[in-house]
Design a protein around this ligand. Structure first.
Ligand code: ZN
Ligand code: ZN
Length: 249
């Protein structure tokens, strides 16, 4: 399995660093997981968008789904002829996106994509990849995703605070891709619906993973401090996701 980081900037993008977006591939199967601000352009550097086998939308916050509208425009008005692309999504995402473009029933939006709401413990198969989902502890309905293929596994947290279904979804995963939005130690004034790097490290340790990839770091965070905090909890490999990073899993 291969993970291409298309974007990983927490909350908002910066020049050359889109918000959340990951391309998970195995053999001829390509799954796009989240498509936040700036991710569509990065996707087109890797592949034509009509070759996607599926899209996962973790939740409705725009840093994870805003460029789905760009994907729609390209498929609807560009040189592509593709319908029925499966989209697996948390509750509350699709109606927001459809509202934005005025897509009622019968609109081409619902022809190009085939929408499937997923939640806790749901399981789907896309090509040669198994996907399982869990509901995270976030401020809106949010799904974490476990990808399995060829005996390897990758789990993506999406956005989450401590608890929820994400830690259990990580059990015995090879690689965990975990948000670490909060700088330093947790205190009562920080967001309850995001993780510190140390908390991400603890999830990786308890899962038995060999690699922890931190993601969703805000542009202002001290990255070395985040790595140090994660390493205090996790003895395996620790990295920070960045655009153009490619991981063989
Ligand atoms: Zn986010
Ligand atoms: Zn969020």
């Amino acid at each position: 399995m291969q993970l291409d980081v298309l974007g990983s900037s927490g909350t908002y993008p910066t020049a050359d660093h889109p918000a959340s977006g990951y391309l998970v591939s195995h053999a001829d199967t390509h799954i796009l997981c989240d498509i936040g601000f700036g991710v569509f352009g990065e996707l087109t550097r890797r592949m034509d968008p009509d070759r996607l086998d599926a899209v996962v939308l973790s939740h409705r916050h725009p840093d994870h789904c805003a460029d789905f509208l760009a994907l729609f425009h390209a498929l609807a008005y560009g040189p592509f002829e593709r319908t029925g692309i499966p989209v697996f999504h948390a509750p509350g995402v699709v109606n927001r996106l459809a509202d934005f473009i005025g897509a009622g029933s019968g609109h081409i939006f619902h022809e190009i994509f085939s929408f499937h709401e997923v939640g806790e413990s749901n399981h789907v198969v896309v090509g040669s990849v198994d996907l399982r989902f869990a509901v995270t502890a976030h401020s809106v309905p949010t799904i974490a995703t476990r990808f399995e293929a060829g005996g390897r596994s990758l789990v993506y947290s999406a956005d989450t605070g401590p608890g929820g279904g994400f830690p259990e979804l990580c059990t015995q995963a090879s690689v965990v891709l975990v948000e670490a939005s909060i700088p330093g130690e947790r205190d009562e004034h920080q967001f309850a619906h995001h993780l510190t790097a140390a908390e991400a490290g603890a999830v990786a340790r308890e899962a038995g993973a060999h690699t922890l990839i931190l993601t969703h770091l805000r542009p202002t965070l001290d990255k070395q401090r985040s790595i140090n905090n994660a390493r205090a909890e996790f003895e395996g490999r620790v990295a920070i996701a960045a655009p153009a990073d490619v991981y063989q899993i």
